[in-house]
Design a protein around this ligand. Sequence first.
Ligand code: C2E
Ligand code: CA
Ligand code: CA
Ligand code: CA
Length: 279
Amino acid sequence: SKEIGRNSFQLYKASMNARSLERLSMLSRFQYALEHDEFELYFQPLQCLASGRISSVECLLRWNDPNLGMISPAQFIPLAEELGLIIKLDQWVINKACESMALWRRQGSDIRRIAINVSAQHLCQGDLAITVANSLSKHCLDGRFIELELTESSFISNLHEAKSELQKLKSLGVSIALDDFGTGYSALSYLTKLPIDTLKIDASFVAKIPDEYGNSEIVSAIIAMAKALNLQVVAEGVEKSEQRQFLQKLGCNIVQGYLFCKPLSADDWLRFYHAEKAT
Ligand code: C2E
Ligand code: CA
Ligand code: CA
Ligand code: CA
């Protein structure tokens, strides 16, 4: 049994080494990728249910590694957070999103707003409001053209700090969305303590509409609460028309998901936008 113990320790050590090696190579690959434009923004429109029109567009990060191909943000975002690179990556995204929006507006499009995902770590650790202000002025863009999507975990470590950072953002005209609502550390008090404009109902609730017992009641309660607090409500991950119908009946303003449009490259997104506008 001593032998087995030693073998499994060797195995453990080997996998530890593989893991730190993997992290190390990831770290350098990541930095390389940032400098060599291997990151790209994809765009997914949100649809206003009342008018059927595009209400805004969310940018979603993609990593196109020449060797590994497309890597999902679900994989590399947690890694970037762990390696301390997330703020740099967020800054890249914020700048790119402002650049894109400024370009579209110069081209005469009337896209109302671009939504940008911001890592939970960023709000209190980095100068988020300064990053945003710099990107806006660099691209001569008004703050009302952007919305930041944050998750509740952003507020946990320091609610006071989070509030003052959000207020700075609000004074730039930027709007704030609470992403993945209903998962994680939902504390309803955030909704009244922080200057939040939009609530995004997590896709996991939408996926269970209308079948699963109790789920529809939760979604309906979230929508009613959001409306009572004068917040916009977005339902994420809407894939089926019956989900859309159900949400519309409950008074949900906006939907996002494959049913309306999947995330698209910049060119495909602009084609989609112009085609929608023509109808
Ligand atoms: P999220 O912000 O909740 O984004 C929604 C995710 O759901 C996206 O995955 C989107 O492609 C996917 N999605 C959209 N519609 C549907 C649908 O109808 N069905 C299904 N099954 N999925 C749908 P994606 O692009 O893989 O992004 C995953 C997560 O990575 C995002 O979740 C967000 O938390 C994070 N992320 C993405 N881009 C960025 C970024 O630029 N910065 C930061 N910090 N995080 C990002
Ligand atoms: Ca989001
Ligand atoms: Ca979400
Ligand atoms: Ca998410």
